[in-house]
Design a binder for this molecule. Structure first.
Ligand SMILES: Nc1nc2c(c(=O)[nH]1)N[C@H]1C(S)=C(S)[C@@H](COP(=O)(O)OP(=O)(O)OC[C@H]3O[C@@H](n4cnc5c(=O)[nH]c(N)nc54)[C@H](O)[C@@H]3O)O[C@H]1N2
Ligand SMILES: Nc1nc2c(c(=O)[nH]1)N[C@H]1C(S)=C(S)[C@@H](COP(=O)(O)OP(=O)(O)OC[C@H]3O[C@@H](n4cnc5c(=O)[nH]c(N)nc54)[C@H](O)[C@@H]3O)O[C@H]1N2
Ligand code: SF4
Ligand SMILES: [Mo]
Length: 703
């Protein structure tokens, strides 16, 4: 028996855990711990432990597919690439470059994302390039760019264990970043206090010394009231405010309107609790903030992030070990996809496309006269622009908006009506089904490249087995289309060669080489020179703004765009669970994970359930202004009265049929965490039919 262990990186969340894939006879047959990996030290969550199970599924895409008369027909690469290239050229000539859009992917490598943004900007000459960071930490990037000058996690994962207090708000870390959760446990064992603020008493909240249950969408009220206590009791860090920040005076007036007594009826949190957590945060000596989607996915998401930043700056809890503002980035390579410039306003290294000097320098490095010099459309804006007839072609690599975008009925309408849709994935997803051409990609185990984790750690991915059938690496496919279109600059021979180009044009990555990255220590960006050790902690002596100062911005509380009313009396929030990942394309095809949880549910408080006459397991309809779904009720006191929660992983009871696509004005983030909804019990006689419908719906379950 010939077993080989290959050390590589988990393909799921942004923790960036190291795993050993076990290879036997050209197949990946298991996962073994990589004990000396500095992030996870051999520990893995269930998704990492079973990350091999989807790789050799027999429903992997193995050949290009072209839709003819409404049916997919297998095609050769030559035929598919020729068709895509000629269609792209035709649409470009007929409707102009701005009628075209590309979605990159937080699941694929830095090199593949870099090539995708180059393809959009050089081959299609369109500014319309975006990816799922828009629905994720787009507001963190926007908010922290305003206050600190750059929008990444300020400290490292390991550093979390050194905090004296962890302020955990809007992240269910134990389910969604389990190997960061482990550092929370370590901090607790060393005596740290844990505060969790979340409308659900989730698994993470169970670890808290103080659990604060506030209403979805009231974070600014809660944070401002904490700052009110800190200011009125003189607990702010005056020295830090004086030497490291500016515009502190500008926020005082707003904060002084927000007493804990004012916040109590808005948030549902007793004023005394708000005062207590404010004092604890300000006086621990080393407080770190962890936040994620509960903060970001709101129409006021940027405000929420700025408010978090105000709190940390006011208390001087940044730039030192055990402190910091830590947006826990979600996907394995969402940090990297942003770093590589798969955003409509920046090329790689966050260099703004509207800055003439930076853009011209960048274009010169690519040997082209210029690049699109305006900010392109974001994900939800692309869907709207298709409806308005402005976008005619969409090239999607490694995203599944038919399950992950808000207001699915609208997304479906858009994707069905766009002139030309190309989807590049490893499986036939709900989105791929609507495509004109489907291109089969190699998975994480079948290619080389780099991923950048939530702590800005750049790590090498190893090729363990060959892709199935004729599937190719994403960068190879993109380059083949570009070359067929007759565009120069896509003649890469390997991922490493692409990385060499990344280094040249991306200051944060300039000092990294694959040779250096082969060591498991890897490197945290910024790493400007080959003898630079990388930067684990940001902002130790100055912030990223030109004057080096952190900036305060006043933020006032605004309720969610849709609040409960007589017609829709409940507030719906959405999120995740440990066993499933996003649209389920991989975890629902992994037998072990699929067996754990087969389908979705709606969490409802016992008081609300009783008033509706709904019992545990009953099938109900959940209805919003955008759509309705049928789903089983999970009656639990863990969810606040008046709030309901649905995990968004399950297409047959899709939370996103209900969610509100209203956007944050700065980051264009949709309000995925708050919309008005109602529950309609399904009368007894209809229940059998509904149950049968739900049973047949999941068609991709474990094989
Ligand atoms: N198992 C698993 N892990 C994952 C993922 C996955 O799909 N599955 N996805 C990855 C990705 S891309 C991401 S972005 C991360 C996301 O990780 P998280 O942010 O942890 O994920 P969510 O479950 O969406 O939301 C977190 C919490 O926000 C709470 N919340 C809801 N509304 C509000 C509010 O208004 N205010 C506050 N303060 N809290 C609120 C929810 O109750 C929930 O407990 O997870 C990553 N890890
Ligand atoms: N209601 C609600 N909606 C949400 C959220 C929420 O909390 N609530 N969260 C939002 C967030 S934070 C995020 S990040 C998004 C995620 O939204 P998506 O990015 O759309 O979700 P994924 O399921 O991760 O989709 C990734 C796709 O990439 C494919 N894939 C995997 N590896 C590869 C590869 O190597 N190459 C290629 N070409 N394809 C590959 C997978 O099969 C899958 O179809 O969802 C958002 N939507
Ligand atoms: S914590 Fe994240 S990176 Fe680590 S094993 Fe789990 S899913 Fe993979
Ligand atoms: Mo995300």
């Amino acid at each position: 028996m010939n077993l080989k262990l290959v050390s590589t990186i988990c393909p799921y969340c942004g923790c960036g855990c190291g795993i050993n894939l076990v290879e036997k006879d050209g197949k990946v047959v298991g996962v073994e711990p990589w004990k000396r990996h500095p992030v996870n030290e051999g520990k893995l969550c269930p998704k990492g432990n079973f990350a091999h199970e989807f790789i050799h599924r027999n429903d992997r895409l193995t050949t290009p597919l072209i839709k003819k008369d409404g049916k997919f027909v297998p095609a050769s690469w030559d035929e598919a690439i020729s068709l895509v290239a000629s269609k792209f050229k035709e649409i470009n000539a007929q409707f102009g470059p701005e009628s075209m859009a590309c979605f990159a992917s937080a699941r694929v490598t830095n090199e593949e994302n870099f090539v995708m943004q180059k393809f959009a900007r050089v081959a299609l000459r369109t500014p319309n390039i975006d990816h799922c960071a828009r629905l994720c930490h787009g507001t963190s990037v926007a908010g922290l760019a305003k206050t600190l000058g750059s929008g990444a996690m300020t400290n490292t994962i390991k550093d979390i264990a050194d905090a004296k207090l962890l302020f955990i708000i809007g992240t269910n870390t134990f389910e969604d970043h389990p190997l960061i959760g482990r550092r929370i446990v370590q901090a607790k064992e060393r005596g740290a206090k844990i505060i969790v603020c979340d409308p659900r008493f989730n698994i993470t909240a169970k670890q808290a010394d103080i659990y604060v249950q506030h209403r979805s969408g009231t974070d600014v009220a809660l944070l401002n009231a904490m700052m009110y206590t800190i200011l009125t009791e003189g607990l702010e860090d005056k020295e830090f405010i004086k030497t490291r920040t500016k515009d502190f005076e500008a926020i005082k007036a707003e904060i002084m309107k927000c007493s804990p007594e004012w916040a109590e009826p808005i948030t549902g949190v007793p004023a005394d609790t708000i005062k207590k957590i404010a004092r604890m945060y300000a006086t621990s000596g080393a407080s770190a903030i962890l936040f994620s989607m509960g903060i970001t996915q709101h129409a006021c998401g940027t405000d929420n992030v700025v408010s978090v930043s105000n709190l940390a700056l006011m208390c001087g809890m940044i730039g030192r070990p055990g402190t910091g503002i830590n947006p826990l980035r979600g996907q394995n390579n969402v940090q990297g996809a942003c770093d590589m410039g798969c955003l409509p306003n920046v090329v790689s290294g966050y260099q703004a496309v509207i800055n003439d000097e930076l853009r011209k320098k960048y274009a010169a490095a690519w040997g082209v006269p210029d690049l699109p010099n305006k900010v392109g459309l974001t994900i939800v804006e692309v869907m709207n622009a298709i409806d308005e007839g402005k976008i005619k072609s969409l090239y999607i690599m490694g995203e599944n908006p038919m399950v992950s975008d808000p207001d699915i009925n609208h997304v479906k309408h858009a994707l069905q009506s766009v002139n030309f849709l190309v989807v590049q994935d490893i499986f036939m997803t709900e989105t791929a089904e609507l495509a004109h051409v489907v291109l089969p990609a190699a998975s994480f185990a079948e290619k080389e490249g780099t991923f950048t984790s939530t702590e800005r750690r750049v790590q090498l991915l190893k090729k363990v087995v060959s892709p199935p059938g004729e599937a190719k690496e994403d960068w190879e496919i993109i380059c083949a289309i570009a070359k067929k279109m007759g565009v120069a600059g896509f003649d890469f021979k390997s991922a490493e060669e692409i990385f060499e180009e990344v280094r040249k044009v991306t200051p944060q990555y300039a000092g990294m080489t694959w040779e250096r990255l082969r060591k498991p220590e890897a490197l945290h960006w910024p790493c400007p020179a080959t003898d630079h050790p990388g930067t684990p902690i940001l902002h130790t002596v100055k912030f990223t703004h030109p004057d080096g100062l952190g900036i305060f911005f006043p933020v006032s509380f605004k309720p969610p765009a849709e609040v409960p009313d007589a017609d829709y009396p409940l507030l719906l929030t959405t999120g995740r669970m440990i066993f499933h990942y996003h649209t389920g394309s991989m975890t629902r095809r992994s037998a072990t994970l699929d067996n754990e949880v087969k389908t979705g549910f709606v969490e409802i408080n016992p008081v609300d359930a009783k008033a509706l006459g709904v019992k545990m397991g009953d099938k109900v309809k959940v209805v919003s202004r955008r759509g309705e779904i049928e789903i089983s009720a999970k009656v639990t006191p863990n969810i606040m009265k008046g709030i309901i929660f649905i995990p968004f992983h399950f297409n047959e009871c899709s939370a996103n049929k209900l969610t509100n696509p209203v956007l944050d004005p700065f980051a264009k983030m949709p309000e995925l965490k708050a919309c008005a909804a109602k529950i309609i019990p399904i009368p007894k006689e209809d229940k059998k039919a509904a149950a049968a419908a739900v049973k047949v719906a999941p068609k991709i379950g474990g094989q």
